[in-house]
Write a protein that binds this ligand. Structure first.
Ligand code: BES
Ligand code: MN
Ligand code: ZN
Length: 506
């Protein structure tokens, strides 16, 4: 997708379609008013006659537009002006994007920048407009005999109020494009079936990303021998029952002016299929456990977005990749494993494998002396009970980082909710036979999973995102969402802005 920004009157735009958001009550927005003036009040009349109902998410295609230079007009309902906040804006935008992508149109002009939103500037809207159109164009039909034809849309023009506005829109749109690409990449990796997307497949993706980055990203893969030599007995214990070998994937992005600047580290849970192991899961819906590498997929997607944006930061992306299967060599309930940190863990439930994989990756992260570490994992079913499918769960050992992650989620509209990591919960992990157990009983399952990880993160500021409820949709819409790539990319961009402000003050 290409984009451009224009300040000219949209009535003069020679294009295949102009997209016009319209409030149910209230006046036409500035670009809509100009289009209305130039077309003998086409838009106003359609609304007045009841031919267009501007309820939120309604779309009306007007196949020709006298007086205008466009081939067609797309009216998009915004609902009532008083309810126009981010959620409404994004719903209307998704409806418009999905309709636009289906049109026989090569290019289009969108006037969504006009929609007034408190506390959101043109750059934010531009970013969301590009993100939405890129997401709408996503298809996953690698395994279909007859793929759905690709959209013909190649060029999207955003209208700006003036040249200053245009510069902000340009910057926001560029980010939105990169983030949209990152989201779609995450969706593809997560949607791939477990028999294709194995730990070795993910390792291969890291090498492809590195090759395509022309030197900006390097990849290092630790195989089972390397992990054995290192002492990563916990990560290795997860893959023991599988014929697919375990991998620890490490990617470096060096974008900071100072090559020694402390990196921010992202760590993803990459269980390419979670059968539960010997603590086997029930059969219903087990196919969805191919999404159990959603955290890893979001780390790859964020790396992709970063390569599109090239922030001046040092970053490390780590993926702990294994397949959790009940083979004859599988870890059994009661087995005790030794982690890379040296702590021993009594595995009371082999289905609590994510924390066993992540803890060694989190210890591995120590060697980079990180400025911060964020891990992302489809870790607990309990987070779905608590937060449903709208918020990711957030746990952290540092309130500043927790706030930074929450803020990034607000900005990206990919939100998280903070849960307590109080000491009182830690004793649920006591074991009679080892330093700790890998499960903490029924109460507060998301928090005790966070407690487990916290035992391995005392040497740096750390946040954990439990994305079990947000990484994919079930049911008819089954498929990966690409979350939380938006949050993570924003988190990193915010760290760059923070560094820029500190530099300016110095
Ligand atoms: N990958 C699952 C978590 C999960 C479950 C995500 C359902 C999405 C939907 C994780 O490995 C797991 O099995 N967790 C267990 C932990 C329990 C055994 C303490 C869970 O949540 O049931
Ligand atoms: Mn599990
Ligand atoms: Zn799992």
């Amino acid at each position: 997708m290409q984009f451009s920004v224009q300040t000219a009157n949209p009535a003069k735009a020679e294009t295949d379609c102009v997209v016009v958001p319209v409030f149910k009550d209230g006046e036409l927005l500035p670009a809509a008013a100009k289009l209305d003036d130039a077309s003998e009040r086409l838009i106003g009349q359609l609304v007045e006659r009841g031919d267009f109902d501007a309820t939120l998410g309604n779309v009306l295609m007007v196949p020709f537009a006298p007086g205008l230079c466009t081939a067609r007009l797309m009216l998009v309902g915004l609902g009532k002006q008083e309810n126009c906040q981010e959620t409404a804006f994004l719903r209307a935008l998704d409806a418009a994007s999905e309709a636009l992508i289906k049109l026989p149109a090569d290019d289009a002009v969108t006037t969504f920048i006009d929609v007034p939103l408190e506390d959101r500037d043109s750059a934010w809207k531009a970013r969301k407009i590009l993100e939405a159109i890129v997401r709408a164009g996503y298809r996953f039909d690698r395994f279909k005999s007859s793929p759905t034809p690709l959209s013909s849309l190649k060029q999207l023009t955003l209208t700006a109020h003036d040249s200053d506005d245009a510069r902000h829109i340009e910057a926001g749109a560029q980010e939105g494009l990169a983030i949209g690409d990152g989201i779609n990449y995450t969706r593809t990796l997560a949607n791939l079936p477990g028999n294709v997307c194995t730990p070795r497949y993910l390792a291969g993706e890291a090498e492809i990303l590195a090759t395509e980055s022309s030197g900006a990203l390097t990849a290092e893969i630790l195989d089972e021998d390397a992990l054995e030599a290192l002492g990563a007995g916990s990560l290795l214990s997860v893959g023991r029952g599988s014929a697919e070998p375990t991998r620890l994937i490490v990617m470096h992005y060096r974008g900071a002016d100072n090559p020694d600047e402390a990196p921010h580290v992202l760590v993803g849970k990459g269980i390419t299929f979670d059968s539960g192991g010997i603590s086997l899961k029930p059969g219903a819906g087990m196919d969805e456990m191919k999404f159990d590498m959603g955290g890893a997929a979001s780390v790859f997607g964020t790396a992709k977005a970063v390569l599109g944006i090239r922030p001046r930061l040092n970053l490390v992306f780590i993926v702990a990749a294994a397949e959790n299967m009940p083979g004859s060599k599988a870890t059994k309930p009661g087995d005790i494993v030794t982690t890379l940190k040296g702590l021993t863990v009594e595995v009371l439930n082999t289905d609590a494998e994510g924390r066993l994989a992540l803890c060694d990756a989190l210890t591995y992260a120590e060697r980079f002396e990180p400025a911060s570490v964020v891990d992302i994992a489809t870790l607990t079913g309990a987070v779905i009970t608590g937060l449903g499918h709208h918020a990711s769960g957030l746990l952290s050992n540092d309130d500043d980082i927790a706030l930074d992650v929450l803020d990034a989620g607000e900005t990206a509209w990919d939100r998280a909710w903070h849960l307590p990591l109080w000491d009182e919960y830690q004793q649920q992990l006591d074991s009679n036979f080892a330093d700790l157990a890998n499960i903490g009983g029924a109460p507060a399952g998301t928090i005790t999973a966070g407690c487990f990880l916290s035992r391995f993160t005392d040497n740096y500021p750390w946040a954990h995102l439990d994305i079990a409820g947000t990484a994919w949709h079930s049911g008819k819409q089954k498929g990966a969402t690409g979350r939380p790539v938006g949050l993570l990319t924003q988190y990193l961009l915010d760290r760059q802005n923070e560094a820029d402000v500190e530099d300016a003050e110095r």
